[in-house]
Design a protein around this ligand. Structure first.
Ligand code: 0YR
Ligand code: MG
Length: 370
């Protein structure tokens, strides 16, 4: 199928309660910055990256899609996802000015749109195109109850409510002060009992000495994983931490390349890998990380920059992907929204990658791309 048209789009969608914070970010909206690719015959594929809805930087991503990537795609065969991935990654000018960051996010949106188009053209949900379902149920863990901006009471109430709704896993944010976060972690563990997995996420805020102090005191809380405990690129420090604590370490949402994952694995710094199709250069590159994980017998829990619209297809079709984040902010924007029942994702059945926005979302949340 010949690619006829490529166009960027930007949606800004409010988050739960209109404001949330982790240790590093405070946001009111999630940015859905995407590409719509039209093939011959008029079939459309949608893909997007996830941002903090800052319009000037979102417009840089949109401009990268429209002016740098689109010209390399027009006239090409849409189903050639691997070849087109390399064509974009080897862009004669972008490779020099930006091997990571905005260029990667733009590439992510385009790559996912191509996979959506390919799956739609074969009338298959993406998980089927990727080889078929490997499991009946995909376990969801709820992050949306755990923000640092929540009061202690709201945190406990949300955690209890998630358990009552059937979630078997939750994740809470840390990275404020060691004392406050320890007290909240202990209170949540007491409230939910010992049958629910409880992960924590530092979003890269603390240094090694604070993190070590926290980990020593937190080890009796049965922490499922500690995500982004340290600065994102600090491979050696993560390896040192991994040797010093029994708490399993996880990260990936700030890594842009397969090589970066390979470095962390090589230093035995990680127990969980968290690649994201919106943060790496799309599904094509994340599939490589999943292969790498499988080769090292490491589990994968995709990070939800796509709010799991796309990642659910990975968890249904890849044995290494054994847990999936749940944050419901943008689900109502899509023709086939993610749906979690009794703590498990319902398998999507419509053709494509579950990335097609509804006409209502398209008019309600649309922002100018320039
Ligand atoms: C705010 N998930 C994360 C929120 C989330 C962030 O940017 O989206 O906390 O991406 O760390 O694991
Ligand atoms: Mg995280």
């Amino acid at each position: 199928m010949r690619i006829e048209h490529v166009e960027s789009f930007i949606l800004h969608v409010p988050v739960t309660g209109n404001q949330i914070a982790d240790s590093t970010h405070s946001i009111s909206h999630w940015g859905v910055v995407g590409a719509r690719i039209t093939g011959e015959g008029g079939l459309m594929g949608y893909g997007f990256t996830g941002t903090h809805a800052h319009l000037p930087s979102d417009q840089l991503i949109a401009r990268c899609i429209d002016t740098c990537l689109a010209p390399l795609l027009i006239g090409q065969q849409a189903q050639d996802t691997e070849r087109l991935w390399l064509r974009l990654a080897r862009h004669p000018a972008l490779q020099w000015v930006g091997r990571a960051g905005i260029t990667t996010l733009a590439h992510a949106a385009v790559d996912v749109a191509l996979w959506d188009l390919k799956a739609k053209s074969q009338s298959m949900p993406l998980w089927q195109l990727l080889g078929g379902a490997v499991r009946e149920q995909v376990r969801a863990y709820n992050t949306d109850i755990g923000w640092l901006s929540l009061s202690d009471e709201a945190l406990l109430r949300g955690a209890q409510q998630a358990v009552d709704e059937g979630f078997t896993g939750i994740k809470i944010k840390v990275g404020s002060t060691v004392e406050r976060d320890l007290q909240r972690l202990r209170a949540v563990r007491r409230a939910i009992g010992d049958q629910i997995t409880l992960a924590i996420d530092g979003n890269g805020k603390w240094d090694l000495s604070e993190t070590l102090r926290f980990c020593r005191a937190a080890e009796d809380c049965d922490v499922f994983w500690f995500e982004e405990p340290l600065w994102y690129d600090a491979v050696q420090a993560h390896a040192q931490l991994a040797r010093a604590t029994r708490i399993p370490l996880a990260l990936g949402e700030q890594l842009y390349s397969v090589d970066a994952f390979a470095q962390f694995i090589g230093q035995q710094a990680l127990a969980w890998l968290q690649p994201d199709v919106t943060r790496m250069a799309g599904l094509t590159d994340v599939l490589r990380v999943i292969e790498l994980a499988a080769a090292h017998r490491l589990p994968v829990a995709p990070h939800a920059g796509d709010m799991s619209q796309v990642h659910q297809h990975l968890n249904f079709s890849r044995t290494a992907c054994t847990a999936l984040e749940y944050i419901p902010w943008i689900r109502a924007c899509f023709e086939e929204p993610i749906e979690v029942v009794d703590g498990h994702y319902r398998r999507p059945e419509q053709p494509g990658a579950s990335t097609t926005p509804t006409p209502q979302a398209w008019t309600r949340y649309r922002q100018p791309t320039s």
